[in-house]
Design a protein around this ligand. Structure first.
Ligand code: PAF
Length: 286
């Protein structure tokens, strides 16, 4: 596995691979790799000849009072895991290589970011889209794989790729969970013992919502209320949002009469976690 630290070296390597007819897959990450990332990488290995994993904690997607400084980092361990998984190139640029003095161009999207995480983190998707567009221009992938835990992120990236005509296939990969249901996330490492126990309520509340809806409950308000009560019953939880929306537009739904996305964001002891599930309406009361 080659480790590349600068934009110009990565662009040159990508150009060389493309000239040799190699198909390039990209898995963008912010490091502190876990089983969820490794599963994205294995998926990507099956889609291309060369796998590039980027590792960069992108400051531009963090707000002023967010957890940029607390974001977990372990470069040595990431190198070992990436090598074991069969990554060909680990692209780990320095901040100045991506955002040199004078940097002043950002990718902004109008509608999808004004929902869910975008409401609590107003600058977040501008930062995500900017870095992802840059990575696409630097790594020149044919295909890029993103996790479905960040459902909104995947949606805004798909929209950007369509709107700006990036010639790249975007593949969404299913959420990978711990045995007790907690969605894998680098931020889980920042939970203390009690927080880790409370965190089970994210997936637990979503599963019970999915069951309510499959059993015939179609009123989004009722489903949201039940999940809210469940989440707040756990110690140390603070809700950013519990939402049911249309998976394509992310517009709120009042009635669940078609497959709907239920998404939650909860802070536990200051650690912000997200999760989601698809609600498939049942027939009983509809
Ligand atoms: O999902 C992430 O880890 C990040 O948002 C991404 C896509 C690597 C951009 O920094």
């Amino acid at each position: 596995m080659e480790i590349i630290r600068t934009v110009s070296q990565m662009q040159a390597a990508a150009e060389k691979m493309r000239k040799r007819g190699r198909k390039i897959a990209l898995v963008p990450t912010m490091g502190f790799l876990h089983k969820g990332h490794l599963s994205l990488m294995r998926r990507a290995l099956g889609l291309a000849d060369t796998l590039v994993v980027s590792l960069f904690v992108n400051p531009v997607q963090f707000g002023p009072n967010e957890d940029l400084d607390q974001y977990p980092r372990d470069f040595e361990q990431d190198v070992v895991l990436a090598r074991q998984t069969g990554v060909n190139i680990l692209f780990a640029p320095e901040k100045d290589s991506l955002y040199p003095d004078g940097f002043d161009t950002y990718v902004v999207q109008e509608k999808l970011p004004v929902h869910l995480c975008g409401l609590c983190r107003p600058e977040h998707f501008r930062g995500v889209l900017t870095i992802v567009a840059k990575l696409f221009n630097i790594v020149k992938p044919h295909v890029a794989v993103f996790g479905e835990k960040d459902f909104q992120q995947l949606a805004v990236i798909r929209r950007m790729v369509a709107d700006l005509n990036f010639d790249i296939d975007i593949v969404g990969h299913a959420i990978v969970r711990e045995d007790d249901g907690l969605a894998m996330s680098s931020r889980n490492a920042n939970l203390d013992g009690d927080g880790r126990k409370s965190a089970r309520v994210l997936s637990g509340s979503l599963r019970s919502a999915a069951k309510m809806v499959a059993d015939g409950e179609a009123r989004a308000g009722t489903v949201i209320k039940k999940a809210t009560v469940m989440i707040l019953a756990e110690s140390g939880t603070k809700i950013d949002y519990v939402n049911i929306c249309a998976p394509d537009t992310l517009d709120d739904l009042d009635v669940i009469d078609r497959p709907a996305l239920m998404a939650v964001a909860v802070k536990i002891g200051g650690v912000r976690l997200i999760d989601n599930i698809m609600l498939e309406p049942g027939q009983k009361n509809v």
